[in-house]
Write a protein that binds this ligand. Sequence first.
Ligand SMILES: Cc1ncc(COP(=O)(O)O)c(C=O)c1O
Length: 439
Amino acid sequence: MSSYDFMTKDELQKQLNVLKKRYQNFKLKNLKLDMSRGTLSKEQLDLSMPMLNILSNDSNFTSDSGIDYRNYGFSDGIWTLRYMFAQILNVKPFDVFVGGNSSLSMMFDVISLYMTHGACGKRPWSSYERGIKFLCPVPGYDRHFKILSHFGIEQIPIPMKKDGPDMNIIEEAVKSDELIKGIFCVPKYSNPQGIVYSDETVKRFSNLSPKSSDFRIFWDNAYAVHDLTGSCKFLLSLMNECLQNSTEDLPIMFCSTSKITFPGSGVAALAASQKNLLEIKRFYSFKTIGFDKLNQLRHAKFLKDYENILEHMKKHRKILRPKFQVVINCLSKEFSEQNKDIASWSEPKGGYFVSVDLYPGLAKQVIKMCKKAGVKLTDAGATFPNGIDPNDSNIRLAPTCLPANELALAMHLFCICIKLTAIEKKIKTLEDSCEHISN
Ligand SMILES: Cc1ncc(COP(=O)(O)O)c(C=O)c1O
């Protein structure tokens, strides 16, 4: 129920007229604002500018073992970064492989490898006539879904709960279906809800007993150090739990510095059991003689160590926190407790997004109206496999890039569009029910 349910048609119509006027006024502003992707603001990008000058003429380019970083070699990545990523992913440095500029492309590579060659001596995933399946916690990250669609992998939505995906469904599904080969997880500050998996959820992942022995957990820890408040949420180490249960071949873990230094020009890493790692490294040995070690080196010199990364992330937090507050304050002001079924939202303690759930059937229309008035949002359905949100309800907001004043404007428009579409729907329902009675 919402406050609109207690209004007469005339009262609703009056409210609608006021909102339509406000919407028209917004259109006159000729806005051009983009809240569609989790990009960094200029201020955030500026934080890492000193890194670009760090490899000066007098730099030492030689490793402790005498290898010149400007040359081929160190194909697993330079040690400082392996240590750093090991701490970020909560694994041992020996289990880390440092790659190129994108963790997403490493996820793509691993799935591609398993499709063509199989995982650890098993059948290639592409060889199953009926096709293979992945479990996909929803709402989730659109680019995970796009990788799976690219390879023709069926995607099974798994509802998210407050402490991670529904483990009852996952345990049952993997136990009984040999064609389920994997799951994508963003365990810390999930995209888009900002949920951190609880200890119990991580333990249950480490305890999975899939029917298929080449089932893999794609543990995308993209927001491992991206806290928005001082009290950072702790994520239990999946690898440690797996080691205790002898299930260490289950997870393949990923992270990158995309949202620490420069997206697209950062460094990505992957961590896995030695058995998985050996196979993945062999695959990469065919693909490249080595990744960009000079980029690795300047990241190592700039970021120094894990503790310094946390200090660096405090600077990001200082820029980002007020922006998230603008979003949450605006939603809280516009939608009282009474109207939570029209709009409810996540209040993340980290990550890059706010997830908004609208009354079913409103999301596409709200996004369309915002676009017409100059505010671009993530496409409706993007947070679901194949771009289809069965309830047409979820919208992902990305508040990171816009300055706070523009963000406030965009949010104001967003709230007007929600109310407007909700009232229109309510009036339509009233009219339909009157028609029904008179028939
Ligand atoms: C969950 C998640 N994983 C991965 C990425 C992309 O990471 P990278 O830039 O390292 O490819 C993003 C970017 O938004 C993301 O949200």
